[in-house]
Write a new protein. Structure first.
Length: 132
C-alpha cells in the first residue's frame, strides 16, 4: 500500500512506571505535572491477579526534562548511566530539531540510542529509547 516510501526509523524516549496501586502512580503523575495513566492485564491474566497500572511519558522534551529533574536521585548504577545517555540523546536531538524539524538521526544520536538500549538490558527493561 505504501509503495516507494522508505520505512522511517523512529526513536522515542519513554519513561514508564508500572505498579499495582493506581493511587501511587496518580500521585507520581501529579508531582511530575505530566504523563498519562493506563491499565494493563497480562495475556495470561487470572482472576486472582492484580491489574497493572502504567504511568508514562514519551518524547524528547518531556523525557529529557523529567530525567534532568530526577537524575540526582539515581545512585551510581546502570540506571544512572542509562539516564545520562538518554539525557544526552534528548539534548542533541532537541537542538537539531529546533534547527530543522524533518531531519534524520545523526551518528551520535543513533550511538546514544543503541547504547541506552544495550546498557539497560534490552527493549522492555530500560529507561530510555524505544526503537520502532
Amino acid at each position: 500500500a505504501h509503495r516507494g516510501k522508505k520505512k522511517m526509523l523512529q526513536i522515542r524516549p519513554r519513561i514508564r512506571v508500572t505498579n499495582t496501586e493506581p493511587t501511587l502512580l496518580k500521585e507520581f503523575g501529579s508531582l511530575c505535572g505530566m504523563g498519562s495513566l493506563s491499565t494493563h492485564r497480562p495475556a495470561n491474566y487470572e482472576k486472582n491477579q492484580k491489574i497493572l497500572y502504567n504511568w508514562e511519558i514519551m518524547g524528547i522534551k518531556l523525557v529529557g526534562r523529567l530525567l534532568r529533574e530526577i537524575r540526582d536521585y539515581f545512585p551510581a548504577s546502570r540506571k544512572a548511566e542509562t539516564a545520562d545517555l538518554v539525557i544526552q540523546f534528548c539534548d542533541i536531538r532537541e537542538k537539531r530539531l529546533n534547527e530543522n524539524y524533518r531531519i534524520g538521526y545523526s551518528d551520535e544520536e543513533l550511538r546514544l540510542a543503541e547504547a541506552s538500549k544495550v546498557r539497560n538490558g534490552g527493549v522492555r527493561r530500560r529507561i530510555g529509547t524505544e526503537v520502532k
